[in-house]
Design a protein around this ligand. Structure first.
Ligand code: ASP
Length: 330
């Protein structure tokens, strides 16, 4: 039986053309598909031009929009391919991993570092690889297919700004390679009998990346304006002396604070140093451990409207979704 795939286009470099203002999206979903005739030989495709945006302009309302299109069409298709700008694709893929949990059907994000109309481009191979993966029966849930690698949506990060090898899988192996149209799959993602769809996000989530000497007032400003704050500190984690009290106090007032690290690999371990131990012992302060910042931020947006207490929020934060967290204190 030929598979039916829904192609959802949102813009990005893949669909961009050179204009007087620089590269801007403008190539339609249909034109993207026509540029890769092999896709029509693989499966039946319908397309939807949902947005036409550089992903710099994509945010929570668009994540909800993408989730809505998939939910409304879920029964009618075997899989979904979403073309998207690479700059914020890791956030969108993480957000969709929380908005649609346990899907047996593949929900694949892809894009390109060079537009489809350029002589040298990664657009065609990324699109074709994505449809090849979307037609398989063992690629479950949200993932990114890019430069021959299949990465869970909760684990992806853009790690190269220019080369075709744009995405890495952080603190978790990529689940498959695609080479010359053949898939080598190492990990089969888990799924549930029916996916869990959510349609609400709390956008009052902020991220503070510490720099040496960062003023405490900056932390307090963000705490006052946020329901949850992710703090990317140094190394395995800790805070300068002057910031501890503000963080403990604001956790007591009901804000969700998540400590993480700005070091890309191996995650946080707050209990190691004196600069972090007291934070790790405060049950109201959470720690991201091996999660990516993209996953921590979007998981908070998803869980805040659902959690009725801080205890429940902590439980939801530490409950793994699509392998987003492997180590956690409960
Ligand atoms: N600025 C582009 C975007 O994120 C970059 C890309 O797609 O590669 O939409």
């Amino acid at each position: 039986m030929r598979k039916r795939i829904l192609f959802v286009a949102t813009g990005g470099t893949i669909a961009s053309e050179m204009t007087a203002f620089g590269l801007e999206p403008g190539v339609s979903a249909e034109a993207l598909l026509q540029a890769v005739p092999a896709i029509a030989g693989l499966c039946d495709v319908d397309s939807e031009q949902l947005y036409d945006l550089d992903s710099t302009d994509i945010g929570p309302e668009h994540w909800l929009g993408i989730a809505r299109v998939i939910r409304e069409n879920y029964a009618g298709y075997d899989g979904f391919v979403i073309s998207h700008g690479t700059d914020t694709m890791a956030y969108s893929a993480a957000a969709l991993s929380y908005l649609i949990q346990g899907s047996v059907k593949p929900i694949i994000f892809t894009g390109a570092q060079k537009p489809i109309g350029f002589d040298t481009t990664d657009s065609r191979v990324n699109l074709l690889d994505s449809f090849i993966c979307a037609c398989r029966g063992d690629m479950h849930g949200v993932m990114i297919v890019f430069n021959g690698r299949v990465i869970l949506g909760t684990r992806a990060r853009k790690t190269h700004s220019k080369s075709f090898d744009a995405f890495s899988s952080i603190n978790y192996p990529h689940i498959a390679d695609v080479r010359d149209g053949r898939v080598l799959q190492y990990i089969v993602p888990e799924y549930m009998p029916e996916p869990l769809f959510s349609d609400v996000l709390d956008t009052r989530v902020s991220l503070m990346k510490l720099i040496p000497g960062a003023p405490e007032a900056q932390l307090e400003w963000l705490l006052q304006r946020s329901d949850a704050l992710v703090i990317e500190s140094f190394g395995v984690g800790g805070l300068p002396k002057g910031m501890h009290e503000a963080v403990h106090a604001s956790a007591r007032e009901g804000k969700l604070i998540v400590m993480t690290t700005q070091v890309q690999n191996e995650g946080s371990d707050l209990a190691v140093y004196g600069t972090g131990r007291a934070l790790s012992e405060d049950p109201l302060i959470l720690e991201a451990y091996d999660m990516t910042t993209e996953a921590a931020v979007t998981k908070l947006m998803w869980l805040l409207p659902r959690a009725k207490s801080q205890v429940e929020a902590a439980r939801l934060f530490y409950t793994p979704v699509s392998k987003d967290i492997l180590t956690a204190r409960m």
